[in-house]
Design a protein around this ligand. Structure first.
Ligand SMILES: [Zn+2]
Length: 433
């Protein structure tokens, strides 16, 4: 028997139920060859031919595995294996196949192919399940093309209004709204993409960490507590462009020096918050535009992007307020103007508290060193958490690098992550609801 019931009513999988590492890694490689570019980079932007092909390959793999495949109107894919009660709420596991421009091969596919391998292994070993399990692949998790992240999972969770899509345009001027319309998705039927929360028992996502913590702490698995959300601002300082030779220092209105002061302030402020156990906040100025931007002119205009992230909404709001008031203070002292435009502010999401001890127990049972940690990056799990219990399992990223062709996770660690995902899915399937 590959599943036995313990005295405490919990079910234990037999040790022979193990994923097929070779099959998992070779499917992961097959996906990564779609959109392969320079220096081993991968580009599969949402709704591009490359992304479509990766989804077609997934459908093929799901069909080959004997799963019941369903594709919704925008291309979210579900591969279902029924349990004893086909009408029971299903345990979902998955991630995304789209990528950033010139990204790596693991961000997303590890979770989709990992979940597929877990479900295939359950089927191959005829593990009895009380409820269905489903592999899910969401479209458009990355914001690289339209500036809109977690599109598929947001729609599934009923978190998107048509107004939210209005400003989403790609670099070629293609509107996300128009792309959706071409697939028959309009304002009226947007809510029909929602999934009935009663049909989902839990959502689990295996993902690469995309940060340096696990590697630095020599841990194999990360169990995620919460997902940080960004507050983003555009700050525009406007001073006066002048001749760099003739304008005395005390008569200048240099917008760039004001911006530099703000950038330093953000670093100092967030360094204090970053060290905090609770209410940890990180802040980044990642882009800046300077006008006129020439060697012999005082910068008259400096526009900078501010990205503030935390798993505490309160701490994040406090930092955002401090940054804004400091920007105004700097402008006032320098007798220049500042404009602050909020871009998108999202609430951080706590993952389910009952799934965490369950994953922890599985790691402990296997003597796998784990770390309980927040996620600094956004994931589909944060949308799914709005309609069901959501949990995430991280595997280490070499040097913490991601969104780059240098992104790397040890194949053994990917396989370990998929095995832990499998065992978690079975435990959740057997939980009394
Ligand atoms: Zn991802």
């Amino acid at each position: 028997m590959n599943l036995r019931r313990q005295e405490d009513q919990r079910y234990l999988l037999s040790e022979s139920v193990v994923i097929n590492k070779q099959r998992l890694l070779s499917d992961l490689n097959a996906i990564s060859r779609i959109g392969l570019g320079d220096h081993g980079s991968v580009t599969r932007l949402v709704f591009s031919i490359k992304e479509l092909r990766s989804r077609q390959l997934l459908i093929h793999l799901m069909t080959q595995a004997g799963l019941k495949v369903h594709v919704d109107r925008i291309g979210n894919i579900f591969g279902r294996l029924n349990g004893a009660n086909p009408k029971a709420a299903a345990v979902l596991a998955g991630s995304h196949l789209d990528s950033v421009r010139q990204g790596g091969k693991f961000d997303g596919p590890v979770g989709v192919i990992g979940a597929l391998e877990a479900v295939r292994t359950l089927k191959d070993n005829r593990v009895p399940l009380p409820c269905p399990v489903e592999v899910v692949c969401f479209v458009g998790e990355e914001s690289s093309r339209f500036g809109f992240s977690t599109l598929g999972s947001s729609l599934l969770a009923g978190q998107v209004r048509m107004e939210d899509l209005a400003n989403a345009v790609d670099a070629h001027g293609t509107k996300l709204e128009d792309v959706l319309a071409s697939m028959g998705v309009y304002r009226d039927n947007l809510p029909s993409l929602r999934r009935d929360p009663n049909s989902v028992k839990a959502y689990l996502e295996l993902h690469i960490e995309q940060g340096p913590v696990l590697e630095a702490k020599k841990k194999k698995i990360g169990i995620v507590t919460a997902i940080a959300a960004p507050t983003r601002l555009r700050v525009i300082f406007t001073g006066q462009a002048d001749h760099s030779g003739t304008t005395p220092m005390e008569m200048r209105k240099d917008a760039l020096v004001a911006a530099a002061q703000l950038i330093t302030y953000i670093e100092e402020l967030c360094s204090k918050y970053s060290a905090m156990e609770k209410g940890r906040v990180v802040g980044t100025v990642g882009a800046m535009k300077i006008e006129p931007g020439v060697i012999n002119a005082i910068p008259g205009k400096a526009e900078l992007s501010v990205d503030i992230r935390s798993i505490s909404g309160e701490a994040k709001a406090r930092v955002a307020r401090l940054v804004q008031s400091r920007a105004r203070e700097i402008a006032a002292t320098r007798n220049i103007t500042v404009e602050i435009l909020p871009i998108r502010s999202e609430e951080p999401v706590a993952l389910d508290e009952s799934l965490l001890p369950l994953i922890k127990e599985i790691c402990e049972g296997k003597r796998v060193p784990y770390e309980i940690m927040p996620s600094g990056a956004g994931h589909d799990a944060m949308q799914m958490a709005k309609i069901t219990r959501a949990g995430m399992i991280f595997v280490p990223s070499k040097k913490g690098i991601s969104h780059s062709p240098l992104e790397w996770t040890d194949p053994e660690e990917i396989c370990l992550g998929a095995q832990i995902l499998l065992e978690t899915m079975v435990r959740v399937a057997y939980e009394q609801s």
